[in-house]
Design a protein around this ligand. Structure first.
Ligand code: NAP
Length: 162
């Protein structure tokens, strides 16, 4: 899973991101480039049109709506089928890219969580699920200071399942 959350676990507000953190966006692009990415229908529809589908990635969208269509994407109604599909395609690192409902659904399958911990308490509508820190070890933490391009400081953290 790859996500950015505030200190109080907020990941989104009004179907948008609560921040503009260009270096974290770059981190997301670099990590996920060339991979299958699984996202919720709401997350997909929150993307600006020019990033829909996310370029240079195979976009898998989760919806319960059997009639849902989106050009150049693959639609799934169960996470297990999405995972199976990526596996059959030879994917070695499938990324779950949110939002909140899909992170919650995927948590028990996650081997690695790339979590950008944004140092702020914010209002929001979507949250990153609480996960059992005992089940994961923190294998990397790298701090990014607040600067003129980044309104908040943050840490890139990697959690790997024990
Ligand atoms: N900070 C971050 O890292 C980050 C990353 C991604 C997104 N976000 C933010 O997160 C927010 C969106 O998150 P969200 O929780 O509202 O929505 P979401 O997880 O993106 O999408 C929810 C939708 O997924 C589908 N879904 C949920 N459970 C399903 C299941 N069991 N089987 C099949 N489909 C299922 C449903 O689509 P249907 O209604 O079509 O059935 C549901 O409405 C936005 O604000 C976005 O900006 C933040």
């Amino acid at each position: 899973m790859i996500a950015a959350m505030s200190t109080n676990r907020v990941i989104g507000i009004n179907n948008d991101l609560p921040w503009h953190l260009p270096d974290d966006f770059k981190f997301f692009q670099t990590k996920t480039k060339g991979h299958h990415v699984v996202m919720g229908r709401k997350n997909y529809e929150s993307l600006p049109l020019k990033f829909r589908p996310l370029p240079n990635r195979i976009n898998l969208i989760m919806t319960k709506n059997r009639d849902y269509q989106a050009e150049n994407t693959h639609i799934f109604h169960s996470l297990e089928n999405a995972i199976k599909y990526a596996d059959i395609q030879g994917e070695e690192e499938l990324f779950i890219i949110g939002g909140g409902e899909i992170y919650k659904l995927a948590l028990s399958y996650a081997d690695t969580i790339y979590l950008t911990e944004v140092n702020a308490y914010l209002n929001g509508h979507a949250y990153f699920p609480i996960f059992d820190k005992q089940a994961f070890k923190e294998t990397l933490r790298s701090h990014h200071t607040r600067d003129e391009r980044h309104h908040y400081s943050f840490d890139y953290v990697t959690y790997e399942r024990n």
